[in-house]
Design a protein around this ligand. Structure first.
Ligand code: COA
Ligand code: NAD
Length: 709
């Protein structure tokens, strides 16, 4: 692209938009880092640029482009729900002024044109791109519909069926596909700006009548119409953005049913409804929370020095195999080491089977699988780890086994290699202490299935070096994970919170709720799965072992539910044994209610002297969710998580908390901290010391009171 020096002659149209005239072309340049978001000053600047270009007879054509990495990343999301978002001119007006300009306006797209950025480009008469550009209307991912005419112009440009697919999925398309769809008019490789200026001038000379999408008739030719009913049925009601997807279909339908201006009105009406609602606010919170969580600024962190190019994985079980796939999928070579041939063969067979499932579903080609499998070298010899940059240990969850393994890794691995453990709950400081390099030891807590789940808890030990953390955070992003930095404690962030959540579920069972009622209530709240079905999936024996390990540390005056223990005592460990809180038929994961368990629960309640009563769904949701919130607040207080939003990122991406509620901490904030504090104090009074309120919540409530006018 053109350098800054070329713009010495450029004059500002606003704080974020420059204007220049060259060779009969007016260049309007958006310069609003980091992604040229369409904030108020950008909208104002572009509108003024169009007026100026229109007024100068020497200008034959207009080119609109972005400074920096991208053309435009869309509306400035941070400005939503503020006065700046609705400051005049709105994007609708800007787009109409572009569309009605009598000189050809060409969008010059590099990097991305997303959301409002693509809507801006759609208002231009022509669009050209470089070959690496990506385009899309991803608003549904934020719980929104496009609000700047995208749902009305895109169907007019590429047909209703393709437009409906792009708008409801929120997916990006690359320049090549965009060209095939007719979304862009040309792709240029070198000096995009110069090529775009030449293109604009040639259009001015050869095309006296400009293509204006607003003037095009929909519906398009027969055969291109989508089946709107099928589109509706195809929406997964549990999808984080189901509401926005339904609204997007309505918008596209309006493009067919209504005149252009009325279609714009309908789109705006739905946009405004969604942007004011909690689901979109929550999804926008998640967008920024996930970006924030991945940030780590430490001392002495020259990450460029420490790229992770080769990884050793110890243990080819459930986790080791999935972790190997996660790296192989990102093109990073892996050495997978087991203690015996049979386990290694089993692990590799499982990896192969998982890949074959992707091939049979059309997600991967056979060649891609071959390439990925070639990235996974197998061995029974630990010395194969001598040259790797990072080792991830995924052997049994047993401190003695882990210590033994780390002594060996310390001996074999080269200086500077990172030694990581995938432990779910064990103390990383204890593991680090058996090595001569505790600074290089870290926890990398992947979630199962590790090749699919996006969350990665990066666990910082007492002595872990900042540079090691920074390298791991960067590696996580490179393999498509969402990293969250956490400190050492029992269960880190996610599993620690789960303890309180399951504790309340156990108490509620004793008090009179049924297994199905608890799961149904939590699913109705929005969880992907209820807590008890989830426990069956994870395996009840794992938590039983943890409870036994921690039994001596449990305060005797605190209430304890024996329900989970008594289920385990029957050899019922969940899905893997065909029975847990539910029973399961062979080869089928559907939970079936089991009167045997109901009888066990009644016995536990009787032994504990609890008189069973009718428990409401509201009580179930309140106690389970507030248990998460209170523990999450403690975790923030103790510095185990860096920020409350990190707790949300963990819980949404690892534990099925509904993203459209923004995670437990954001949800609590939207309820209001004063109200949350009052509810937890009440639970403390009624249900005892498990409910001692976290001081962090008291602070939030006080801040809220002080902030009131
Ligand atoms: N509004 C406001 N800020 C935005 C933004 C937007 N539309 N898009 C990105 N940003 C911010 C990010 O929060 C980040 O800020 P930070 O540096 O303070 O953390 C910064 O821009 C860079 O974004 P990042 O995602 O880290 O850069 P990238 O190069 O990996 O990706 C995009 C750039 C544009 C592809 C990506 O940010 C994206 O998909 N943005 C959302 C686009 C969208 O949904 N637009 C429709 C809005 S309705
Ligand atoms: P698993 O039993 O499926 O696999 C463990 C593997 O390690 C086995 O194949 C075993 O043969 C191998 N192994 C044991 N000792 C070894 C040694 N000395 N050298 C080489 N290989 C050895 O266990 P898993 O579920 O994959 O769990 C592994 C680790 O990941 C545990 O620490 C566990 O807590 C953690 N984890 C598990 C999950 C989960 O959902 N399963 C989730 C997150 C973290």
């Amino acid at each position: 692209m053109t350098s800054m020096n070329d713009y010495k002659q450029a004059s500002p149209l606003s704080e974020t938009v420059r204007y220049e005239e060259r060779q009969g072309v007016a260049l309007i340049v958006i310069d609003n880092p980091p992604v040229n978001g369409l904030g108020d000053t950008v909208r104002r600047g572009i509108a003024q640029g169009i007026v100026r270009a229109q007024a100068n007879a020497a200008v034959k054509a207009v080119v609109l482009r972005g400074q920096g990495k991208v053309f435009c990343g869309g509306a400035d999301i941070r400005q939503f729900n503020t006065a700046a978002a609705t400051a005049s001119p709105m994007l609708r007006q800007v787009n109409l002024s572009i569309e009605r300009c009598t000189k050809p306006v060409v969008a010059c797209i590099h990097g991305v044109a997303l959301g409002g950025g693509l809507e801006l480009a759609l208002a231009c008469h022509y669009r050209v791109a470089d070959s690496s550009a990506r385009m899309g209307l991803p608003e549904v991912n934020l719980g929104l519909v496009p609000g700047g005419g995208g749902t009305q112009r895109l169907p007019r440009l590429i047909g209703v069926a393709d437009a409906a697919r792009l708008i409801t999925s929120g997916k990006h398309v690359g320049a090549k596909e965009a060209l095939q769809l007719g979304l862009v008019d040309a792709i240029f490789e070198d000096d995009l700006e110069q090529a775009c200026m030449a293109f604009a001038l040639s259009m001015a000379d050869s095309h006296p009548v400009l293509p204006v999408l607003a003037d095009i008739q929909v519906p398009p030719p027969e055969g291109e119409l989508p089946d709107f009913d099928r589109l509706h049925i195809g929406i997964n009601p549990k999808a984080r953005n189901a509401i926005a997807q339904r609204a997007a279909i309505l918008c596209v339908k309006s493009a067919m049913d209504l005149p252009f201006e009325q279609g714009l009105d309908k789109e705006r009406e739905l946009f405004e409804e969604l942007v004011a609602g909690e689901p979109s606010k929550s999804l926008r919170h998640m967008f920024f929370a996930e970006k924030e969580a991945a940030k780590f600024v430490g001392k002495d962190c020259d990450v460029a020095e420490g790229h992770i190019c080769r990884v050793g994985i110890l243990g080819a079980g459930t986790m080791g195999g999935g972790i190997a796939m996660a790296f192989a999928n990102a093109g990073i070579p892996v050495v997978l080491c087991e203690r015996e041939q049979a386990a290694l063969d089993r692990g590799m067979a499982l990896i192969e089977r998982n890949y074959q499932i992707s091939v049979s579903r059309g997600g991967l080609t056979a060649e891609a699988v071959k390439e990925r499998m070639q990235h996974i070298q197998r061995t029974l010899d630990l010395s194969a780890f001598a040259e790797v940059d990072l080792v991830i240990e995924a052997v049994f969850e047993d401190m003695a086994v882990k210590r033994d393994v780390f002594v060996q890794l310390d001996r074999i691995c080269r200086k500077g290699a990172i030694l990581a453990t995938n432990t779910s709950r064990l103390n990383i400081n204890e593991i680090a202490a058996v090595t001569r390099r505790p600074n290089d030891v870290i926890g990398l807590h992947f979630f199962s299935p590790a090749n699919v789940m996006k969350l990665l808890e990066v666990v910082r030990g007492e002595l872990t070096a900042d540079a090691v953390i920074a390298r791991c955070m960067q590696m996580a992003v490179a393999i498509g994970k969402i990293p969250v930095l956490v400190g050492v404690c029992e269960g880190f962030v996610g599993n620690r919170m789960l303890t309180g959540y399951w504790r309340e579920a156990g108490f509620l069972l004793e008090e009179g709720a049924t297994v199905q009622q608890i799961d149904a209530a939590m699913q109705a709240f929005g969880f992907a799965m209820g807590p008890l079905a989830m426990a069956d999936l994870a395996g009840l024996d794992i938590n039983w072992a943890t409870r036994k390990r921690l039994a001596s540390t449990r305060a005797s005056h605190l209430r304890y539910s024996r329900v989970a223990d008594s289920i385990c005592e029957q050899g019922r460990f969940g899905q893997k044994t065909g029975a847990g809180y539910y029973r399961y038929e062979a080869g089928n994961r559907t939970p079936i209610s089991d009167p045997f368990v109901e009888a066990l629960i009644t016995d536990c309640a009787r032994e504990a002297g609890i008189e069973r009563r009718r428990v409401s769904d509201e009580e179930i949701v309140e106690r389970c969710v507030l248990a998460l919130v209170n523990e999450g607040a403690r975790i923030v207080d103790e510095g185990i998580a860096q920020r409350a939003s990190d707790v949300d990122v963990v819980y949404v991406n690892g534990y099925g908390f509904p993203a459209w509620r923004g995670g437990p901490m954001f949800y609590a904030q939207s309820l209001g901290w004063t109200q949350v504090l009052a509810k937890i104090r009440d639970l403390h009074t009624r249900h005892g010391e498990h409910w001692i309120v976290a001081p962090w919540i008291e602070k939030q409530a006080l801040n809220d009171i002080l902030a009131q006018p």
